[in-house]
Design a protein around this ligand. Sequence first.
Ligand code: F0G
Length: 432
Amino acid sequence: MTAGLSWLHCIVCGKSYDTLEVRYLCDCGGLLEVVHNLERLRHEHPNLRDRFDARLGKSQTVYASGVWRYHEMILPELPLEAIVSKPEGNTNLYRNPKLSRAFNLERLYVKHEGENPTLSFKDRGMTAGVSWARCLGMKTVACASTGDTSAAMAAYAAQAEDMQGVVFLPHEKVSPEQLAQAIGYGARTLALDTDFDGCMKLVQELCAQTPIYLLNSMNSFRIEGQKAIGLETLQQLGWRVPDWFVIPVGNAGNISALGKGLLEARHLGLIDRLPRIAGVQAAAADPFYLSWRGGFREKITVVAKPTLASAIRIGAPVSHDKAARVIRQFDGVVAEASEAELMEAKALADRCGLAVCPNSGVALAGLRKLRADKTIADGDTVVVIATAHGAKFSQIGVDYHTGRLPGLPPKQPNPPTVLPADIAAIRRALGY
Ligand code: F0G
């Protein structure tokens, strides 16, 4: 480890801690964040853009990762040889003419984080979290999850030598594909009779009482890895800054990471202005939206109701304070989407050839609203973060197209046609 490049800082009282101390919150109860010595970084690497660009295509090195390409900005103290990487990132930034037309937005991009190794953006945070855990000598790592964090943690723990994952899942509230990932990768999987927020409380208790290392996004080192979504997007845009990022919000770690990375990128001279950021929630689980509507005067929590966007069914977002700060710093807005809106938006993206998850549908549905009320203007360049792959939620896709989602008649169903294995019947069905 190289000491002195980074430290932990409380966002409430400003107290600092050493990065090698195992802690998730400040003594005052405030959230912590990793702060890097940006002045030193700027001085030592005046041409970070060139440095990052030169690493593109270095396939057999750790820089092949879409996280560790930005090592100096992620965890500069972490030795390269300690990194557990698959590699992750390098996800496509799609420009899709059909989708652009549907939103009447010429410069619309979808950053498809479902193209990560475990099919969600969580791999970016987890390569950082598990690598850090290994450096600290942790043998057991744990998280509560709505399904994607657990899949990623289980996969990276499985790859690290000598590390066991422990996963807390809300029983029967994650998709079969997500459950299959956690158990398949060998994590000790506990399905608890509660919701995500209940799991989150219990896993914090467990980690406070035992030497088990907590790898939810309240672990600041995970946030550092997730910053790479924004950095990689900027690099793919030739370091041009879009007008907007639109991102779904659940526990609020990802939007916090996006904002932190962009601020640091500006500080280091990689970009010269900031985009605006729109966070979007499902109406069934919208505490952050409600808090925003009240001007963030109060931190509202709710009991999250069932939603097709099950990965963001969260009533008490752990990173609320960081996310609220990001909305303020980026002249941001928060929107929400109904079940019908999020599902139709997902189905639309799928029809355009981009298999996205219902949680990403929430972001797209939010974009539709922000276009309708002109918050996002015709000429704006917009990047929507699609957070996971549609293949993680396949039953929802089938149920939509076969009209089996209760109360949600599909606008454009495309059910399979069941036919005898007979050429005449096939031609009739196809109209030839
Ligand atoms: N999209 C997907 C697919 C997710 O899995 C999550 C969070 C989010 C969006 C929201 O990100 O929580 O940082 O605001 N999933 C967590 C999990 C909670 O356990 O997998 P966030």
